[in-house]
Design a protein around this ligand. Sequence first.
Ligand code: SF4
Ligand code: SF4
Length: 284
Amino acid sequence: MKQKITIAVTGGSSGRGRILVAANLSTALTDMGLKVTYLDCDVENALEFHYLNPNWYLEFEVEKRVPEIDPERCSHCGECTALCQFNAIADLGDSVLTFPNRCYSCGACVHFCPSGAISETLQSTGRVRLGYSGTIRVVDGRINIGERHGESVIQAVRQQEADSGATIITAGTSGLNGAVLRNVDHVILVMGATPFGIHEYHRTAEYLKQIKIPFSTVIKNDGIGDQKTAEYCRRLNIPVLMQLPPDLDNTAARPVDNHLPETDRWIMEQFHSLGHQIMTERAS
Ligand code: SF4
Ligand code: SF4
């Protein structure tokens, strides 16, 4: 059987901490000889790859099925409006309006329309790019402006996952959903050393416990503020994998020519030891 591990790296609002960890972990696992796929599932965020800087070789549109009404056949029974849980369709009496950006493509309105007045058509929801950063395969998804649901784009990104080696997924804590977390073996939560964001962290930790995905923490900007984050993790028995010093966003760990800089051996060693730790736990 092919060995495979999927790790999601998540974190708070700016996204810089988790991208830094995800990119450097990807590089460390590559250095260990693993085939690595890096999936950016933060489809609502315009963050670019500060660290991996991939060369893109392909881009494609992602589409979803949305309803299309035939006004000649519609009897204005109101069934579709009542059925749709996402307010993506409205019967105004003399016409039926659809709001494709809200539609989840569940197909319920199509199936239950008593007049057979609803068919399906395809609408673009976003795009996916494929690239390489050295030997790391990078996949990046973005939803269109105004699109409410990113699932179709996330699914398209996840479909690019290799069936062996390591997959590193990045997404913000607010974007963790079933599509992002499907078949994920471990989640790394990257958080600051200050109490800011502890509520978000707690909410995410509780969610991961509920859905039974093991998780651990990387503390960034260690030494700034108090030790509340470390205390919190200790209290809840959440493993702390690494404590990163401040200012990494702008200095160390920013790769030149798709590689980690030679200038910060300490950081490189930290990520290599994190990679070894993860793979050892995977094998045990
Ligand atoms: S369910 Fe069909 S017939 Fe009824 S309002 Fe909607 S589109 Fe018209
Ligand atoms: S397909 Fe589902 S989500 Fe979309 S409009 Fe119809 S009922 Fe609503």
